[in-house]
Design a protein. Structure first.
Length: 383
């Protein structure tokens, strides 16, 4: 195998899948709102889809781990189902509730793919091919940024049907890439390193950091799910939504590439805590924002909030709980995203339905403030 060629192919694979997360996460609300689905029900739909995705991730992960199914064939099947679902939303004028169910299924499938896609990195590792995950992740952020900007503009110019159409086209491209990927049947487990069970009571600093991360992820995911309403509050539209999301995604890239140099010998807990502080600053500035330009300026803080958090949290687990508990520790860290997405979508939906976007922003600021305090407390703790 040609290492350079395989790295390029892997970057394309992750890049296209990351682009699919754009209509799934950031344009689900405007699409379903246009189908007359209430914000409350949008929140419930996202939460249920997310929880189902977590359950199915475990199931398909075990199937691939035990070589009961070829991960590539499974991904091809899931991608085909998703693509057909997306194009059906373009071609058929379903009722709003049925549109919500189909889109929710697509949302779920997109996240179910993640652990199987990661299995390709273990395949390459087993073949002695060095795959640069940081570069692949950076390509994913760049792809997401480009997709956000283009999708926002196209939606404004041509209409809401662009959301499922783009979803379907990206699914078709992913399907074509998967056809060229190697088989995963008989390769190493997607979780080759086993770790001991982690007792959180023995790691109070780690436990407090998890609470803090759940709260800032609650704010982040609630904001991203209903960001279109924040944009509209200051006089913007879908094109401004796409630009704001694109700015944030582009600014994640430098920190993903440069974090190890920036970190040096400094413990990652300080960088992770700093990201919590900037999440709170972002939340406060979003409340104060009175124009689209101000929203764009606030999005610049993405580099030291979400971008820094993503880069630091992987190293933080190893530094705080050690190699023995690394796998379980990473699972706990990943769970904070799920908790934030589920709670953020449900609570945000009810707040938007009953009290409006102002209450959503204030709730997010309070949550991020408490989260920041928890992270600072964790950082100051000895263990």
């Amino acid at each position: 195998m040609d290492e350079r060629k395989e790295n390029i192919r892997y970057c394309f694979l992750l890049g296209v899948h990351t682009m699919m997360l754009c209509p799934a996460i950031n344009f689900v609300t405007p699409y379903l709102a246009a189908a007359n689905v209430s914000t409350k029900h949008i929140g419930i739909l996202i939460a249920v889809s997310c929880l189902l995705a977590v359950l199915f991730q475990q199931f398909v992960g075990r199937l691939v781990d035990k070589n009961l199914i070829d991960g590539r064939i499974l991904l091809l099947f899931l991608t085909a189902v998703l693509t057909l679902g997306a194009f059906s939303l373009v071609w058929i004028d379903f009722a709003g509730s049925l549109k919500a169910i189909i889109f929710g299924g697509m949302y779920c499938i997109t996240f179910v793919m993640l652990p199987v896609l990661n299995s390709f990195s273990f395949f390459y590792e087993n073949k002695g091919i060095s795959v640069n995950y940081g570069v692949a992740r950076g390509c994913g952020s760049m792809s997401f940024a480009i997709c956000s900007m283009i999708l926002g503009f196209l939606m404004l110019k041509f209409g809401i049907f662009i959301v499922p159409l783009s979803y379907g086209l990206l699914g078709a491209i992913l399907f074509a890439i998967l056809l060229s990927m190697p088989t995963l049947k008989g390769t190493v487990s997607t979780s080759p390193t086993q770790s001991a069970s982690l007792n959180l009571s023995k790691f109070p600093a780690f436990r407090m950091m998890l609470i803090g991360l759940c709260l800032v992820m609650f704010f982040h995911n609630m904001l991203m799910t209903y960001f279109i309403y924040v944009i509209e509050k200051v006089g913007g539209d879908s094109s401004h939504l796409g630009m704001a999301l694109g700015i944030a995604a582009f600014l994640e890239i430098p920190i993903l590439f440069l974090y190890t140099r920036l970190k040096g010998n400094t413990p990652s807990k300080y960088f992770l805590t700093a990201s919590g502080v900037f999440f709170f600053v972002k939340a406060a500035l979003f409340i104060a924002a009175q124009s689209v330009t101000m929203i764009y300026l606030v999005q610049i803080l993405q580099i030291v909030s979400y971008g820094l958090m993503v880069a630091a949290r992987v190293y933080y687990v190893d530094e705080v709980v050690g190699k023995k508990y690394e796998t379980t520790g990473q699972a706990y860290i990943a769970a904070t995203e799920t908790v934030g997405m589920v709670l953020g979508s449900i609570i945000g939906g009810f707040l938007m339905q009953g009290l409006g976007v102002g209450s959503l922003l204030w709730c997010g600021m309070i949550a991020s403030f408490v989260g920041m305090i928890c992270m600072i407390s964790s950082c100051r703790a000895k263990r």
